[in-house]
Ligand binder design. Sequence first.
Ligand SMILES: Cc1cc2nc3c(=O)[nH]c(=O)nc-3n(C[C@H](O)[C@H](O)[C@H](O)COP(=O)(O)OP(=O)(O)OC[C@H]3O[C@@H](n4cnc5c(N)ncnc54)[C@H](O)[C@@H]3O)c2cc1C
Ligand code: FES
Ligand code: FES
Length: 486
Amino acid sequence: MDIHSLVRIQNSFIRHSLIDMIAFVLNNQTIETNAPSGTALLDFIRKDRQLKGAKLVCKEGECGACSVLVGERRGGEMFYQSMTSCITPLVNVQGKHVVTIEGLNMEELSPVQKAMVDAYGTQCGFCTPGFVVSLTGYLLSSETVSLEGITAAMDGNICRCTGYKGIERAAELIINQVKADMPKLSIPSLVAQNYIPAYFADIPKRLAAIKTEAAAHNGSVKLGGGTDLYVQRPWTMYETEALPVYDRASMNQIEIEDGVCTFGAALTMGDLYRSELFKSALPDSDYIFKLLSSTQIRNMATIGGNLVNASPIGDFTILLLALDSQIILEKAGKRRTLALKDFYKGYKQIDLKEGEILEQIQFKVPTASSKFHFEKVSQRKYFDIASVNFASTFDLKNDRIQAAHLAVGGVGPIPTYLHKTAAFLQGKAITETTIREAIVCLNEEISPISDARGSAEYKRLLARQLFIAQFMAVKTEELVLEEIVG
Ligand SMILES: Cc1cc2nc3c(=O)[nH]c(=O)nc-3n(C[C@H](O)[C@H](O)[C@H](O)COP(=O)(O)OP(=O)(O)OC[C@H]3O[C@@H](n4cnc5c(N)ncnc54)[C@H](O)[C@@H]3O)c2cc1C
Ligand code: FES
Ligand code: FES
């Protein structure tokens, strides 16, 4: 380990963690700390390291002002993702490279920083470090660039005063500049063109020197990405012994065999979004992924966390229920398989035994005769939790429904699998009359309540509309809406 860059952080926190030492590279410095494993990364960066570029605003992952890049070695290459450090547990960056805005600064402004200045993309400047980090993260994670891609990379960053036009112009300037500078992006080419500092080239060696196996995971709270835990109970988490569940190979793999997709619960929404294999199993998935939170949150949020969280409106939960998924639960080497629809027992009550971990999820890959569809309505189209979400799979033969799996969120205390409506549809042809009658079943099975996401009546109406949309997706031109809704 480079003695000049090693920074030993004295224990300025009360020590609760059973993990001996968390080690990672922060910008250009190797850090070893015995801070509690549940410390929020942003607190560590700002309070302990006195790096104030990443800003504290919402502390709920919603504004992107605290964005940092987290890099790790994947398949021999460095792989960087943007994350919101306010809800990133310190233990989740063990053995990784964390980059704050300070770690992107060089003697001169980088072309990304310069574009923000030249295009008047900043006023008060509070959001600017987060935008620069996300924009640079996009360049670090892409081989070629596009305006659409760079715009999407900023979907988790909010600016309260510039009005976005300046930022959009800056993004356009960056794309034009990058295209002129580099035919193909890579860390060496980004270093050579002064988009990132030269120390990035040494990071793989520095990470290889960190002993990741030192972590003894004996904590009490199972931890995925922390995007739910750090919003629901941040103060407990800061002082908690966290038990990261993402280390095992079985929880990080995707395979499709004999028409069944099996994937690890530790994979994030972002991992699945980037996996062509997974997307080959899920029709329309590019469209679906864009509806799920933001780039930063997708990079952190695990599917296991989405299911165990048991939110009645979890998007992946609804989607996997409609795929009639099975889940594999593990404890001390013993496994049991359960239908996801039997996992939810009551509000936030699940069939998960003490010490059990959700290890994998399985579903039959939809075929030409089984149609899967997902719909989500939220107050904002992107980067918002659903008011109501709905998904379905129809197994069809000779235009009749052989089997239906229907799931709807936001209309009851648990993510709702519509047993009765699915049974009603079995053997029926998709006609206006069938749908009209099925809506009666649907209405009996749901029990929405009024809350911040809409009144009970509104959600009931949404559920009906999204239900109709499932049939429209299968028989686009033949169904007459007026004959269904009267
Ligand atoms: C800004 C923001 C936007 C969001 N937008 C969306 C959205 O659009 N759609 C959506 O569905 N959700 C959204 N969420 C909610 C959240 O991100 C997801 O539910 C996410 O998938 C939770 O995963 P996690 O890994 O972060 O869970 P964590 O917070 O780490 O854990 C959640 C729960 O699951 C348990 N747990 C985690 N993994 C396992 C495991 N393998 N075995 C057993 N228990 C486990 C934990 O103990 C905890 O009880 C959003 C959250 C934020 C902060
Ligand atoms: S402070 Fe708003 S996302 Fe972290
Ligand atoms: S420049 Fe002020 S919040 Fe974006």
